[in-house]
Design a binder for this molecule. Structure first.
Ligand code: ADE
Ligand code: ZN
Length: 339
């Protein structure tokens, strides 16, 4: 147990889906309010699913109970205040206009509510946050382009990036290159899920066709040493989510996870909880898993620095976050630099 007033290990997260962060109790409460039966996806206070397909279906169903601006504000606030309590200085989360529509909510209302939650969490818990809009690849290239156009739309407070999520086994990265062009032209930061369910070829094709600065997961790049070298040399950042990978059976146990090997090869990695209550995890546990995977404290703290350096955030805010990070790291007696 940490002693009262002991220095906190500073955390930062770049990979979490906001609907995937919804506490089951909140989904049950809103389900009752809006007469949505959630008993098929929540049992004994926990989400039930058994593979990636049923996980996505449970996720989609949970998303339908959020309807009003206040519902979304409460969701973002609950997520961010939990993260702040774990020691997080900064968080990005993914938001999906298609999931807003699936609950009958206008994406504008959705984004506005989530932004209100970010403001409340910043004011009350001191955590800074930004939103990254996702296109859902299994809905097709047209839907992903529509999501990109929404992301590129006029003045969306706290929206700073674009991402490709959904079932990686459906659609090739080249199908989504126009969507990424739209987002890039709008000045948004770019990241894409790859190398989670599919192998290193999905990471390579995503880099070639979508030109992101970050890859969501990307861990299966480890199966191609040339690709690992390329990622390390170009400085593409991996948003690694060990707890998610274990829950989905990508790796049988934490000893088999490639995080340590990727870091040892010079890859810049960060940690994310992906869909925390679905995967029985949170960001603090991800940092513990990194330790169990063999990372030293200095390597784990470098993951936080990597996240702030790779964040889709304004430069003045990044500088302030790096200052806060530096102070927290020094108070732990750990090196605050990643080199
Ligand atoms: N949407 C929510 N969680 C996801 C994941 N782990 N991979 C792809 N799409 C997702
Ligand atoms: Zn994800």
């Amino acid at each position: 147990m940490r002693g009262a007033g002991a220095p906190r290990f500073p955390l930062a997260e770049l990979h979490c889906h906001i609907e995937g962060a919804a506490p089951p109790a909140l989904v049950e409460r809103l389900g009752a309010k809006y007469a949505v039966d959630v008993s098929a996806i929540i049992r004994d206070g926990a989400y039930v699913w058994h593979d990636f397909t049923s996980f996505l279906a449970a996720y989609d169903h949970a998303a339908t109970v959020f309807r009003s601006e206040e519902d979304y504000a409460d969701l973002a606030y609950a997520h961010l205040s939990d993260l702040a309590a774990e020691g997080a200085l900064y968080a990005e989360f993914f938001i999906s206009p298609d999931h807003a529509r699936s609950s009958g909510t206008e994406p504008e209302v959705y984004a506005r509510g989530l932004a209100a939650g970010i403001v409340r969490a910043r004011d009350e818990a001191g955590i800074e946050a930004r939103m990254v809009i996702v296109g859902v690849r299994h809905l097709g290239a047209e839907a992903v382009e529509a999501a990109a156009r929404f992301a590129a739309g006029p003045s969306r407070p706290f929206v700073t990036g674009f991402n490709l999520a959904g079932d990686e086994r459906i659609g090739a990265p080249r199908d989504f290159s126009r969507a990424f062009d739209v987002a890039r032209d709008a000045g948004l930061g770019l990241t894409a899920h790859a190398g989670e369910l599919c192998g290193p070829e999905s990471v390579r094709a995503s880099i070639d066709w979508l030109k992101p600065s970050r890859i969501g997961h990307g861990v299966r790049a480890i199966e191609d040493p040339d690709l690992v070298r390329e990622i390390a040399e170009t400085g593409i950042v991996l948003e690694v989510c060990p707890g998610s990978n274990l829950a989905l059976g990508i790796y049988p146990d934490i000893a088999a996870h490639p995080l340590k090997r990727l870091v040892a090869a010079g890859v810049k990695a960060t940690l994310g909880s992906d869909d925390p209550p679905f995967f029985h995890t949170d960001l603090a546990r991800e940092y513990r898993l990194a330790r169990e995977n063999g990372l030293t404290d200095a390597e784990r703290i470098a993951l936080t620095r990597n996240a702030i350096e790779a964040a889709f955030v304004e430069e003045d805010v990044r500088r302030r976050l790096l200052d806060r990070f530096q102070i927290a790291a020094l108070s732990l007696g750990s090196p605050a630099t990643s080199d």
